[in-house]
Design a protein. Structure first.
Length: 282
């Protein structure tokens, strides 16, 4: 059986593996295909694509877009996107500004709470990556405020906790439209673990979502079955991935949690069909 992993974070967002380390690990674990899906960033796509293809590993250019509306927050994956698309880069630019703004504000709150924090402290940890709460969490570990990342979220950074700060994000319909405008397929990320997302899948279908991520380490068997059934009902694709963040969240799942490679082939087939339809209609 051949396997792939369609959900991997690199050092371009909040993963700890570089593109080189991702591809080396994928090769060691005999994966046939991978996709890097950094939060609001495509910065690692080209390098990983080059390395993967040199290693004979199939590669899908991708992104994981953070979205939000009055009903909550959802992540939308975009696959086979054109990383040079203008609508996509405009959206990414806005997200990066919102991310920076949030880190500045969070650092003020943390300082008021007695944990001296500056934007620069966090920026040093993030480097070139799309800066986010995991980098703030690492700073809190560094100054001894918490023992680990999970404690940083549980005590301070998660929604409803004292250092949670609102961050602007596009609504899901906008994210789906931008992914389509960039020629990609929009897939609902881990709907079985994001609070309130399963019941909203039919709304995402109306918005034009192309599929759901069904196979995911923290999905219950029931959630997985429900997601697959709903995808079949609407003739949508299903995907799967480890959501590997390197060693940031404990054990790296890349190569350990595996998805059938056949799903990557089906995903690309669906993407090609879309391209053909667009060509016929234009
Ligand atoms: P941000 O994009 O800055 O809002 O950070 C979101 C990222 O933080 C997610 O993609 C996860 O990697 C991580 N994260 C979110 N909530 C938690 C949590 N409760 N515990 C650990 N990591 C979390
Ligand atoms: Fe993350
Ligand atoms: Fe996610
Ligand atoms: Zn992810």
């Amino acid at each position: 059986m051949k396997y792939c992993d369609l959900h991997i974070h690199s050092t371009a967002s909040d993963g700890t593996f570089t593109p080189k380390q991702i591809v080396e690990r994928a090769r060691n674990f005999h994966l046939s295909g991978i996709a890097v899906t950094d939060h609001d960033s495509i910065a690692a796509v080209e390098e990983t694509a080059d390395l993967a293809l040199k290693s004979g590993i199939d590669f899908a250019p991708a992104i994981e877009i953070s979205t939000g509306d009055l009903d909550g927050r959802m992540h939308i994956l975009g696959y086979y996107i054109d990383i040079y698309n203008r609508d996509l880069s405009d959206l990414i630019d806005k997200q990066i500004l919102a991310r920076k703004d949030r880190v500045v504000k969070t650092c003020k709150v943390l300082t008021d709470l007695g944990f001296p924090s500056t934007y620069d402290d966090v920026a040093k940890i993030a480097g070139d990556a799309a800066i986010g709460r995991p980098h703030i969490a690492e700073h809190l570990v560094n100054i001894g405020a918490v023992k680990n990342l999970l404690e940083a979220f549980a005590r301070y950074l998660a929604g409803g906790r004292p250092a949670y700060v609102y961050k602007w994000a596009p609504t899901p319909d906008v994210a789906i439209d931008v992914i389509h405008s960039a020629g990609g397929l929009a897939i609902a990320a881990h709907p079985g673990v994001t609070e309130g997302m399963l019941p909203r899948l039919p709304i995402l279908v109306e918005m034009g979502i192309d599929g759901f991520e069904a196979y995911y380490p923290r999905h219950s068997h029931e959630a997985q079955e429900e997601i697959v059934a709903l995808a079949e009902k609407h003739d949508l694709v299903v995907t799967g991935g480890s959501d590997c963040h390197g060693i940031r969240r404990g054990d790296p799942l890349l190569g350990v949690f595996k998805t059938r490679y056949e799903l990557m082939i089906k995903l690309r087939e669906r993407w090609k069909q879309g391209k053909l339809r667009t060509a016929v209609n234009s």
